[in-house]
Design a protein around this ligand. Structure first.
Ligand code: PGA
Length: 248
């Protein structure tokens, strides 16, 4: 990968509501194009309003996800697959059920057995079926994409990872305390994500100001995994609200 990259399109919007509408428009453009579409929908707080906007449109008959297949971005290791605190459970509640996407159209990440081998098989199966058309991603305050924690390089594959203290602290609110947060996870690798036809990176709130600027304006490198979107194969749109962009 070298000079030929197209710069990400950075679109600064007024507020989280505008971000959700713009993101929903961008997703609908891809999903409503002809033919089957494979999407990766991040969990996390940032895209929740976007998915709610799509769910509203779906309920009104204005968003049709019948051509959509879903690939899971990341998942905790070490909790029961049926546990509602899995990221699959979160995705089910915010994306699959509201948009009428059958669980059979979801490629769920492996969470037990030989994870290195199972993740390699997952990547191979995904490549075989044509990869990702659209990755909808959030930005970690530590610069991660999915659970590609710093340092993660652009060649990283889908794999088991150890969560960093920053991510465990950020997720403690969902688990009651830091001690409850799983410390291990699996994530799609950066190399898989960076091959996506399109990446839509959603960034909201003042707390993301420093990291969004580092990711888009600082050096590209493994200390800020999200900086590698500037070397992605496909088109990259960063939708960022004014609080995140301006830091106030
Ligand atoms: P957030 O998470 O959307 O909840 O801020 C983003 C991330 O950590 O990837």
């Amino acid at each position: 990968m070298a000079e030929s990259h197209v710069e990400p399109t950075i679109e600064v919007v007024d507020d989280p509501a505008s971000l959700a509408r713009a993101a929903a428009d961008a997703i609908a453009r891809v999903v409503h194009a002809e033919g089957p579409v494979t999407i990766v929908p991040a969990t996390g707080e940032t895209p929740v309003d976007t998915y709610a906007e799509l769910a509203d449109r779906h309920a009104r008959g204005a968003f049709d996800a019948s051509a959509v297949s879903v690939v899971q971005l990341d998942e905790y290791v070490g909790i029961e697959r049926e546990d509602r605190r899995t990221l699959f459970g979160w995705m089910d509640r915010t994306v699959l059920t509201p948009l009428g996407i059958d669980a059979r159209r979801v490629a769920r990440l492996p969470t037990d057995g030989d994870l290195v081998a199972a993740c390699a098989a997952f990547d191979a199966a995904l490549a075989e079926r044509g990869g990702i058309d659209l990755a909808i991603l959030g930005l970690g305050a530590n610069g991660h994409l999915g659970f590609n924690e710093p340092p993660s390089d652009a060649a990283s594959v889908t794999r088991p990872v150890q969560l960093t203290p920053a991510t465990i602290a950020a997720n403690a609110r969902y688990w009651g305390s830091e001690n409850e947060v799983p410390t291990r996870a699996v994530t799609l690798g950066l190399s898989t994500l960076l091959e996506a036809g399109e990446i839509l990176l959603l960034v909201s709130g003042e707390a993301k100001h420093e990291i969004v600027r580092r990711a888009l304006e600082g050096p590209v490198g493994e200390d800020v995994p999200a900086s590698f979107v500037r070397e992605a194969r496909g088109s990259v749109t960063v939708l960022v609200d004014r609080a995140a962009w301006d830091g106030q």
